[in-house]
Design a protein around this ligand. Structure first.
Ligand SMILES: [Zn+2]
Length: 168
């Protein structure tokens, strides 16, 4: 059995007790909103059902243990506005996302959180993501959304495959 993953320091913002790490994702909302406006027209008739992601087993043995929406304002440890917070324990992710996002924003946020959590949870993350910072994860998440559409269980696996996470 591999030992539990240790997060690279550069990706860890705040420890949440033994064996767990967390990522807080602040977004530059103004520029992001502008970019998402165009996407929203295409995706208006679709919707993301968060229930489909709960207890979802992904590529490389990652598990989305839970996804919740928060109606409370969220801030990162530096006091900046945050859109999402993901707790990583081993290969299990618990994602908290601010309520009230559009489907397109929620989609990009899901891609971002899962890719970042997968990188944090990996003992040796694929080269493609090992040096990603927050802006890189956001850019990758937008690119996935653009390329394959709204986040879905299948599309999250596609993203992990695209970034080199192995199927084991
Ligand atoms: Zn992030």
């Amino acid at each position: 059995m591999p030992s539990p993953a240790r997060a690279p320091q550069s990706l860890t913002i705040g420890a949440l007790g033994t064996g767990s790490t967390a990522t807080d994702c602040s977004k530059r909302r103004s520029s992001r909103h502008q970019q998402l406006d165009a996407w929203e027209e295409e995706t208006l008739s679709e919707a993301i059902e968060l229930a489909r992601f709960v207890n979802l087993r992904l590529r490389s043995g990652f598990v989305v243990a839970g996804i919740e929406l928060s109606s409370e304002p969220m801030v990162d440890p530096l006091g900046r506005e945050a859109v999402a917070h993901t707790r990583v324990v081993g290969r299990r992710f618990s994602v908290l996302i601010r309520a009230g996002l559009s489907d397109a924003e929620l989609s990009v946020t899901l891609y971002h959180e899962i890719l970042e959590a997968a990188a944090v949870a990996s003992v040796s993350a694929p080269l493609a993501v090992i040096e990603f910072n927050e802006a890189d994860f956001e850019r990758a998440a937008r690119a996935m959304h653009d390329m394959v559409g709204l986040a879905s269980p299948e599309n999250l696996d596609r993203m992990l495959e695209h970034f080199g996470f192995s199927d084991d």
